[in-house]
Design a protein around this ligand. Structure first.
Ligand code: URA
Length: 255
């Protein structure tokens, strides 16, 4: 937070904290402490730390047919055309041209990096309408990992939500973000995707946001996102502490 507010690199800010120059509501901060710049008074050498000036984070419901790059070489509409032109923002990650649903846009480079870094593996959930009705074997493969040309996919949570008219709706939660991953996974198990909607990014959902509409994230939503991005997730937590008994129900076991 200090780094984003312009107090120097992360390392320089850690040095400020370690040197005891940072206080939260009058108490000396320690490395790893969390603080809320809106509700708490955070000071460095007695000077108040403000949230990053002019930082905005939009949550957009991307419609199909809009590209999610900042500028399109073919002159097509981009997600940046759907939000205010000022301040200039850029998409956090991508959705395919034909994918709909939640996409973040921000002018906060550090937040974008935190949210997209593969090491963090922020979970994202998709609703995939697929051809045919996947049986137990196909669902198990989707959950446990599908062999794709760029390697086997990591364990995923997969739920059969609905079936109608020879099609099924699957809720798929991934912690990876490979190119066209959901589409390739479903095709690999014999159930091509006919419609794909991203319904959740970490803790963020918004069923009321209409296609093409956007809203600003509230500060507490940004904080929840950051916390989720820093959470290693059940599988990684287990790997980090292998001696702990597994209470069950982690990623890969399905729901
Ligand atoms: N998986 C896909 O196949 N496409 C997207 O846009 C996102 C995830």
């Amino acid at each position: 937070m200090l780094a984003r507010a312009g107090w120097g690199s992360r390392r320089a800010c850690e040095a400020l904290i370690a040197a005891g120059r940072v206080t939260v509501d009058g108490r000396t901060a320690r490395l790893g402490d969390r603080a809320d710049p809106i509700r708490q008074r955070i000071e460095v050498d007695g000077i108040r730390v403000a949230p990053p000036p002019g930082a905005v984070v939009y949550l957009l419901n991307k419609p199909a047919g809009v590209v999610s790059t900042a500028a399109d070489t073919h002159g097509r509409a981009t997600v940046c055309d759907l939000v205010p032109a000022e301040p200039r923002v850029f998409p956090v990650g991508r959705l395919d041209l034909d994918t709909e649903g939640l996409l973040l846009l921000t002018n906060d480079g550090e937040l974008a990096q935190l949210l997209t870094h593969p090491r963090h593996g922020l979970p994202k959930e998709y609703l995939a309408e697929v051809e045919g009705i996947p049986g137990p074997a196909a669902l198990r493969r989707l959950r446990e990992g599908v062999e794709l040309e760029d390697g086997r996919t990591a364990p995923a949570r997969v739920r059969l939500v609905q079936t109608a008219g020879g099609r099924a709706a699957l809720a798929i939660e991934l912690r990876e973000g490979r190119k066209r991953q959901v589409r390739r996974m479903c095709a690999a198990v014999g159930h091509p995707v006919v419609r794909l909607v991203r319904t959740r990014i970490g803790p963020l959902t918004d069923p009321h946001l209409l296609p093409g509409a956007w809203r600003l994230l509230r500060p507490e939503e940004v904080r929840a996102l950051e916390a989720a991005a820093r959470d290693p997730g059940p599988a990684r937590r287990r790997r980090a502490r292998p001696s702990r008994p597994d209470p069950g129900g982690g990623a890969g076991t399905g729901r």
